[in-house]
Design a protein around this ligand. Structure first.
Ligand code: ZN
Length: 145
């Protein structure tokens, strides 16, 4: 018997949610990016599963955003990533899917899709941009019903 709760191993401790959403969050125009992504067979084959949706509903988008911030900071932002190209699993967390779907999975793809060069640490702004892209994809998927 597998309980609902054990489907996703707890990647994060139940952190205290600090809901004070920064009011100065930058808005990005991602229209042309999403148009380009839609033309890629590889990128457009990623979708949230029912389990992913349930997980997002259960955690709430602010928590998912924190996970995205954490993944970006630890797995995408460093100047040197020894396993770059392989650091993002194909499943296990909705943000991983979002990373593949949007070209935010590794620095090679991040450069190809977002024109931000590899070999140096991402700035705070670039990390915020990546998180905005990931959350935009997740919200689009959630709104697809
Ligand atoms: Zn990649």
């Amino acid at each position: 018997m597998v309980s609902q709760k054990s489907i996703y191993p707890s990647l994060f401790p139940e952190e205290e949610l600090n809901e004070n959403i920064s009011s100065e969050r930058k808005e990005y125009d991602l229209t042309s990016l999403f148009e380009r992504l839609a033309k890629s067979d590889f990128r457009s084959r990623f979708h949230l599963s029912m389990k992913d949706r349930e997980y997002i509903m259960e955690k709430g988008l602010p928590t998912i955003r924190k996970h995205a911030e954490d993944f970006v900071a630890k797995r995408l932002a460093p100047a040197v990533i020894p396993n770059d190209g392989k650091q993002t699993p194909m499943r296990g967390h909705p943000v991983f899917l979002a990373q593949h779907a949007t070209g935010c999975c590794c620095r090679g793809c991040f450069f190809k899709w977002h024109h931000i060069p590899a070999g140096r640490a991402l700035t705070k702004e670039e990390q915020e941009y990546a998180v905005a892209v990931l959350m935009a994809w997740i919200e689009k998927q959630m709104n697809k019903g």
